[in-house]
Design a protein around this ligand. Structure first.
Ligand SMILES: NC(=O)c1ccc[n+]([C@@H]2O[C@H](COP(=O)([O-])OP(=O)(O)OC[C@H]3O[C@@H](n4cnc5c(N)ncnc54)[C@H](OP(=O)(O)O)[C@@H]3O)[C@@H](O)[C@H]2O)c1
Length: 423
């Protein structure tokens, strides 16, 4: 039986919205399933594009758009408000919503999913995590048969660009970050990327999909990449590793362990080999082992593919019941090995005092690395420690940080190098 095409209204005609419209216009083979009726944007007259068919209504009146009672609303405006109010309004009136807005989902997914379920409609968001990589479909449908244990990945292309370039070039963070800003990879205010907020929001969405639990972004420990230096890459290389911003959530029962921040990963692992702005995510399941997804984590066309794929899946599943994400609780991570980097004003006895502080917390040293050629007043060296509890490590580092020999605050990075989270 032939069904009518889904009437689609587009909210936001920017990078992603423009590319969504482009695909819908350029693919006549989709016309019997998807029909673009409205494009909404503020100051819409400056947005009009001559390649959009004249049948599409351009409007800057949100009321006009909702009055048309679209079957599906695509929200690619971004930000919490007014996008959130528009998503709620669409769901309230029974329209399905497809959104790329990870910040909105990280803050309000449980409420929005509940609203969709109670209104008998759907909220889809493949584009909100890892841009064009079909990760959410892959996890939700392809891995639904497994009991998932861990999701870990490189979810922020800006950080990956910065760290993979530092690894290759031996440059300092400040110069690489400035270049990334100049080339358009990083925002003028890079904090959402480099301090882990963006990857954290994506991790909240991924945890919801993988575990059907909502983790609060505020509860996920996040560590900046700003403190990583060229010396860290040299030491990491000696350990067979490199450094990447990793977002990871795992569970071993009722609680979840999550973090976002720089970590040592093996150079030959999926994470270590991932260069530039690409995303890569590894999902570990009890039965199926590990599966990895990788590809373009951002960019208008790639992200728009995810949006259009969501729209097409709406046309196939009109009777699907919505899902809900009850709250999940975050607990401290399981014991893991750490890389500790100190930059000190050199003098005798420093190593023994650090070793004593670690021993006081029952932490065993694994290796001590010190490369020649650094100045005595800012000498970097590294201690790796065997798997230990994070609270014990924090206590030891607090103790160590009280000493007056530091030229920079100590840095601790998890080493994701064992059989466990290896990526
Ligand atoms: N770009 C990517 O690669 C990418 C990847 C994955 C997910 N996303 C997500 O996709 C969403 C859109 O991102 P984008 O890169 O397409 O952003 P964008 O280029 O800034 O586009 C946003 C569009 O929405 C319009 N808009 C913003 N606030 C509005 C308001 N209050 N009323 C009416 N129109 C408004 C903007 O109009 P003006 O032109 O007037 O500002 C612009 O045309 C965000 O949630 C983002 O996180 C983006």
């Amino acid at each position: 039986m032939k069904t009518k095409p889904l009437r689609v209204a587009l909210l936001g005609f920017g990078t992603v919205g423009g590319s969504v419209a482009r695909i819908l216009v350029e693919r006549p083979d989709l016309a019997d399933r998807l029909h673009l009726t409205h494009i909404f944007n503020r100051g819409v007259s400056r947005k009009r594009a001559d390649w959009v068919p004249s049948s599409v209504v351009w409007t800057d009146s949100i009321d006009e758009l909702f009055a048309s009672k679209p079957d599906a609303v695509v929200e690619v405006v971004g930000g919490l408000e007014p996008a959130g109010a528009w998503v709620r309004r669409a769901l309230e009136q029974g329209s399905a919503v497809v959104t790329a807005n990870k910040m909105l989902l990280a803050a309000h997914a449980p409420e929005l999913l509940h609203l969709a379920a109670t209104r008998g409609t759907q909220l889809r968001f493949e584009a909100a995590v890892a841009g064009g990589v079909p990760l959410i479909h892959g996890v939700r449908e392809g891995l639904a048969g497994d009991r998932l244990l861990r999701v870990s990945g490189i979810l922020n292309g800006t950080c990956n660009y910065i760290l993979s370039r530092m690894a290759a070039s031996d440059e300092a963070m400040a110069g690489v970050l400035a270049d990334a800003q100049r080339l358009g990879y990083a925002e003028a205010d890079p904090s959402a990327d480099v301090d882990g907020h963006d990857a954290g929001a994506k991790l909240v969405v991924l945890a919801g999909i993988a575990f059907r639990r909502h983790l609060r972004l505020e509860d996920i420990p996040r560590q900046t990449i700003r403190t990583i230096s060229a010396a860290d890459f040299r030491y990491a290389r000696r350990l067979g590793c490199t450094i990447r911003q990793i977002a990871m959530v795992e569970t071993d029962g009722p609680d979840f362990h999550a973090f976002v921040g720089p970590a040592l990963v093996l150079r030959g692992s999926h994470f270590g080999l991932n260069k530039g702005a690409n995303n890569v995510v590894t999902i570990a399941g009890h039965y199926g082992g590990e599966n990895s997804f990788s590809g373009a984590g951002a960019g208008g066309p790639a992200t728009a593919v995810a949006v259009v794929s969501d729209l097409l899946s709406l046309t196939q599943r009109t009777h699907e019941r919505g899902e809900e994400w009850p709250a999940g609780r975050i607990a401290p991570p399981p014991p893991r090995p750490y890389y500790l980097r100190f930059v000190v004003q050199d003098r005798p006895g420093i190593l023994s005092s650090i070793a004593a502080a670690l021993a006081n917390q029952g932490i065993n040293l694994d290796a001590v690395l010190q490369e020649p050629g650094y100045p005595k007043d800012a000498l970097p060296f590294v201690i790796t420690v065997e798997a230990c509890e994070e609270p014990a490590l924090r206590a030891a580092l607090q103790d160590i940080a009280r000493s007056d020999f530091h030229a920079e605050p100590p840095l601790a990075l998890p080493m994701l190098v064992g059989d466990d989270p290896k990526g």
